[in-house]
Design a protein around this ligand. Structure first.
Ligand code: FAD
Length: 473
């Protein structure tokens, strides 16, 4: 059967992994096709993930700041929310970025094809367009970047628009009076922050014994305290058990995570429920077996340090290859896969992948966490600088944060870091670089940081570890 499209390289999926891979492949001279089932490029991150959530969190931060300003003598009136304008702002931000991508694809002569791709053989894909038309594409090499989607808990009535996943929540159909968020991870808490700022009364339930499992407990505490102060109710070790939708609303009952215990909260009725309990890879939806590509039970595609699957001319990158499911991991892997496909000798050598929760305060961490270091029996030392001693944090009245650096006791090299506080996400990159470069406490502590900045707390934490600042506590 003759192919409708022939190419050297095809990339399935146009998220941060896919577009980066396609652009890099084209820059390296490979004739490249990028297949995306949706009309716009950018994947989850640009369309229904990182970017729209941060646009809405910006609005939430402005509301919080304006409300807070009363404490230092600047009073604004009660915020008036024009939901349609806020939605338009979010869509403008997304549109600017996705159109930018389309332009960058054209510039590089990357051919984009809209449709859903499935393998039919190790060198062929069938692409089904929105109109049902099927095209056969023949390729020499392929990068699978088909991403992930929200986990849909089976006991929820998903046909009801009041039951939302993160995509529905970002659509901002309305601000419910009462919102239940199931899942206290990054996505759940970011959306809780947005909806609370817009006026919803928000309750969060989390199955584990802390919010944002994965981050050190001490980093999460200032956030938990502030959520409480803002009136966001949080219940840990709690699982949503039964869910019933009727005219009155969504009635949910709960179970304690530990069997035999009483749940932390009684059943209740909410106007809307957001389920944010994690994301599942799309590996089982592309007929990978027809190309001989191995996929795990959960839908992940195993790859080696060059992002190759078990089939040497087929690569996989991003959310579909495993955790952490983060955009910057996907882009890093996308670049690597394209370079290896073009014949460069490279492999995955990123030592650290930073994580950021854009809540208020933000939480950011990178490298080994303190919990993990202790569990692994590593001999580590910790330098912690409280923002209550930072001139800048005092000046902006946000002293709840702290900066924590984790050092290998034998070498005094930094192996991990965690920051909680406003702009923690903007501060963490310096520490990722420090870990990548094998910096020692002295390198960080002796580097001159401009005062008064929050960045100073990084050098100060290193000095606390070195013992050159001793009078903090
Ligand atoms: P995706 O972005 O998932 O893209 C995959 C693309 O493939 C999609 O466009 C999909 O339509 C397409 N596709 C799938 N199957 C096919 C097929 N068969 N044929 C054609 N096309 C197909 N990460 C961060 O680093 N920072 C953040 O602040 C952040 N915030 C987030 C907020 C939310 C609400 C969510 C949901 C996620 C967030 N993430 C964030 C995670 C981030 O979005 C993902 O890690 C990232 O998008 C993964 O990129 P990817 O290229 O692997 O796949």
């Amino acid at each position: 059967r003759p192919a409708d499209i022939e190419c050297r390289m095809v990339v399935i999926g146009s998220g941060p992994g896919g577009y980066t891979a396609a652009f890099r492949a084209a820059d390296l001279g490979l004739d490249t096709v990028l297949v995306e089932r949706y009309p716009t490029l950018g994947g989850v991150c640009l369309n229904v993930g990182c970017i729209p959530s941060k646009a809405l969190l910006h609005a939430a931060a402005v509301i919080e700041e304006a409300t807070h300003a009363g404490d230092f003598g600047v009073e604004f009136g009660k915020p008036k929310i024009h939901l349609d304008r806020l939605r338009a702002y979010k869509e403008k931000v997304v549109g600017q970025l996705t159109h930018g991508l389309a332009g960058m694809a054209r510039q590089r002569k990357v051919r984009t094809v809209q449709g859903e791709a499935r393998f039919v053989s190790p060198h062929e894909l069938e692409i089904t367009g929105a109109d049902g038309k099927v095209q056969l594409l023949r390729f020499q090499q392929c990068i699978i970047a088909a991403g992930s989607q929200a986990v849909k808990l089976p006991n929820f009535p998903w046909g009801d628009p009041r039951i939302m996943d993160s995509t529905d929540a970002l659509a901002l159909a309305e601000v419910p009076k009462k919102l239940l968020v199931v899942g206290g991870g990054i996505i759940g808490l970011e959306m809780a922050t947005v909806y609370s700022a817009l006026g919803a009364q928000v309750t969060v339930v989390e199955f584990m014994d802390q919010l944002m499992p994965g981050a050190d407990k001490d980093l999460v505490k200032p956030l938990a305290d502030r959520l409480k102060k803002q009136g966001i109710e949080v219940h840990l070790k709690t699982r949503a058990a039964t869910v019933k939708a009727d005219r009155k609303g969504i009635t949910v009952s709960f179970e304690a995570a530990e069997p035999g215990q009483k749940p932390a909260l009684e059943s209740g009725t909410w106007d809307r429920v957001l389920v944010a309990v994690g994301r599942a890879p799309n590996g089982r939806k592309i007929d990978a077996e027809k190309a001989g590509v191995q996929v795990t039970e959960r839908g992940f595609i195993p790859v080696d340090r060059q992002m190759r699957t078990n089939v040497p001319h087929i690569f996989a990158i991003g959310d579909i290859v495993g955790n952490p499911m983060l955009a910057h991991k996907a882009t890093h892997e996308g670049k690597l896969a394209a370079e290896v496909a073009a014949g460069e000798k490279r492999e995955w050598v990123a030592r650290v992948i930073p994580s950021v929760a854009y809540t208020s305060p933000e939480i950011a961490w990178v490298g080994v966490t303190e919990t993990e270091a202790r569990a692994r029996g590593l001999k580590v030392g910790v330098g912690k600088f409280p923002w209550a001693a930072s001139g800048r944090a005092i000046g902006i009245d946000r002293t709840e944060g702290f900066t924590k650096l984790i050092f290998d006791e034998a070498t005094h090299r930094i192996i991990g870091a965690g920051i909680v506080g406003v702009h923690a996400g903007d501060l963490i990159s310096e520490l990722a670089l420090a870990i990548e470069m094998g910096a020692e406490a002295g390198d960080i502590g002796h580097t001159i940081h401009p005062p008064p900045t929050l960045g100073e707390t990084v050098a100060m934490a290193a000095e606390v570890y070195e013992g050159t600042i001793t009078d903090l506590y």
